[in-house]
Design a protein around this ligand. Structure first.
Ligand code: MG
Ligand code: ZN
Length: 194
């Protein structure tokens, strides 16, 4: 069984500017390419796990998503020879979150799916496809939905940010969450707890 590090994309690897879909808004965060390379070298599978409800909202489409994600992959490869092994994204939006319907909304994607974080569907799909040992794997993200997805899937949550993000979560979840200030520190922690 392989160990993996699941990574959120926006706000974790690249600057979160809200429904990012243009290369001109793309900004890789400091320490990311080197950090992913260190995970590659340590034998972890590196798997992107990202909510992209901008697709359901009609803000951008699957092709725009892949343009940004492929650019991310090319940049980390160019900077550090780092590799993302697999990509899972949720294009859906729950009906309850659709505030003001606009003409671009993709109605077929307005569903209560099992993949949108905080649900664990994407992590479980990846674990099945790639034979990942979840109890010895990590999910790194910048929001409480990332923490919840990790807990729901049975892997270890690492939050980049501060404990304020965890305020509404149960004490047991907060206690199980490792909090770090940036991506490089998340990688340090993962490699230390091996
Ligand atoms: Mg994020
Ligand atoms: Zn989904």
């Amino acid at each position: 069984m392989t160990r993996a590090v699941f990574l959120d994309r926006d706000g974790t690897l690249i600057r979160d500017c809200g429904y990012l879909h243009k290369i001109c808004d793309f900004e890789l965060l400091a320490g990311v390419s080197n950090g992913i390379k260190r995970l590659n070298n340590a034998g972890f599978l590196v798997v992107l796990i990202t909510n992209q409800s901008g697709i359901a909202r009609g803000t951008f489409n699957e092709s725009d998503f892949w343009t940004i994600t492929n650019h991310l992959k090319a940049e980390i490869q160019r900077e550090s020879g780092a590799v993302i092994d697999a990509v899972y994204f949720c294009p859906h939006l729950p009906r309850s979150s659709l505030d003001s319907p606009n003409p671009h909304v993709r109605l077929e994607l307005i569903v209560d799916c099992n993949c949108r974080k905080p649900k664990s569907g994407m992590i479980l799909d990846a674990a099945k496809a790639l034979s990942i040992d979840l109890s010895n794997s990590f999910m790194v993200g910048d929001r409480k939905v990332d923490v919840m997805a990790a807990v729901n899937a049975g892997c270890k949550p690492i939050l980049i940010g501060d404990s304020k993000e965890l305020e509404s979560l149960s004490p047991s979840v907060s206690k199980a969450t490792l909090i770090v200030s940036d991506f490089a520190s998340a990688v340090d922690l993962i490699l230390k707890t091996q």
